[in-house]
Design a protein around this ligand. Structure first.
Ligand SMILES: Cc1ncc(COP(=O)(O)O)c(C=O)c1O
Length: 367
């Protein structure tokens, strides 16, 4: 079976983790500081703050902008639940706008109507490795005095023009094993705002600048040096990993038939955390791919507003028609950098044969 993801662990990773273990620096230490410095340089921002996960990065970034009880944060329901949960953790309320059918990211034309006097921040999600329309979102945010927290958990190295995801307002990344680079578990906040960086550092460490002198109620959201050691081995490989993902995506774009392939906006550098197609009879499609030896995954089968905790909070009656439609159509196929050319050919053959058997998506359901 060709898996949907395959983390790349090599000798560099082993060596660096071993060195970290031998050094005795196991919790947050010099390797975390080095990874922060290198990641900030990679994204092209002044500051990067490492965290224990992408979820804690989101949570801290919101807290760093002062988001809390009574506030609203505009985000999307077509995402991993952590985006919206992080808003709930602060005591604020997520306000969902739908996504754009073409690129699966925040429908910018719906943001204006969602802004209220309680709105504090906009949280676009750069889903599957394509940046949301951050230029437009940043402009709206500036006009209304709102913070931008980009959930770039899936967009390491993605860019609009020369400007990378993670360089508007605050960007948050995940280093979960399936991501374009990993630290096992881990995350990162990137920003040019020195004040924000200072606040999230303080909150990450129990509100402590001087040992055992606590200025505010904080958290332990630290990354370990063992995790950072993996990240230091991965980061130099990230551009190569992304290039390979893009090459495979290019073959899929050219050779897949009978399915809807991803739309990439002009001037955008997509890093294909996922290559997500839209298909007819999706669950049967996935089953037939499996029979043909090709793994696939559904990101995500249930929109956030229809997940149980959100239904309990009263979101269940909301209508986000594009999101609702996409959750029945999307299927991600393997695009990870370790796929061989033969495996890529197998995936293409399996998708095309399955699409021929099950038929195309009806025009009426494409929207
Ligand atoms: C869009 C999105 N947001 C947030 C997260 C949370 O990251 P983590 O799993 O590292 O907490 C993920 C990771 O799965 C994600 O894909």
């Amino acid at each position: 079976m060709i898996p949907i993801a395959r983390p790349q662990m090599g000798e560099d990773e082993k060596q660096r983790v071993w060195e970290a273990m031998a050094s005795g620096s196991l919790a947050q230490g010099p390797r975390v500081a080095e990874l922060e410095e290198r990641f900030a340089e990679f994204i092209g921002v002044g500051h990067a703050v490492a965290t224990s996960s992408g979820t804690t990065a989101l949570h801290l970034a919101l807290l760093g902008y002062g988001v809390g009880e009574g506030d609203e944060v505009i985000t999307v329901p077509f995402t991993f639940i952590a985006s919206a949960n992080s808003v709930l953790y602060t005591g604020a309320r997520p306000v969902f706008v739908d996504v754009d059918e073409r690129d699966f990211t925040m429908a910018v034309d719906q943001v204006g109507a969602a802004i209220t006097p309680r709105t504090k921040a906009i949280m676009p999600v750069s889903l599957y490795g394509q940046p949301a329309d951050l230029v437009a979102i940043d402009e709206i945010a500036a006009r209304h005095g709102l913070a931008v927290v980009e959930d770039a958990a899936q967009a390491h190295g993605a860019a609009i023009g020369e400007r990378k995801s993670g360089s508007w307002g605050a960007g948050t990344f995940s280093f979960y094993p399936t991501k374009n680079m990993t630290t096992g578990e881990g995350g990162m906040i990137t920003t040019d705002d020195a004040g924000l960086a200072g606040r999230v550092r303080l909150l990450r460490e129990h509100g402590m600048k001087v040992r055992y002198h606590h200025d505010v109620v904080g958290y332990n959201f630290r990354m370990t040096d063992l995790a950072a050691a993996i990240g230091l081995a991965q980061l130099p490989k990230l551009p190569g990993f992304n290039d390979r993902r893009r090459t495979i995506a290019g073959r899929y774009d050219a050779e897949l038939r009978g399915v809807i392939t991803p739309v990439v906006r002009a001037g955008v550098w997509h890093v294909y955390h996922q290559y997500t197609i839209r298909v007819h009879d999706r669950d049967a499609f996935a089953e037939r791919l499996k029979e043909r030896g090709v793994g696939s995954a559904i990101y995500y089968p249930i929109p956030v507003h229809r997940q149980k905790p959100f239904v309990a909070l009263g979101y269940g009656d909301q209508r986000h028609p594009v999101t609702d439609r996409l959750t029945h159509q999307v299927l991600s196929i393997p695009v990870h950098p370790s796929l061989s050319d033969d495996e890529v050919a197998t995936v293409i053959g399996a998708v095309n044969e399955t699409a021929a058997e099950l038929g195309p998506l009806e025009a009426a359901t494409v929207g």
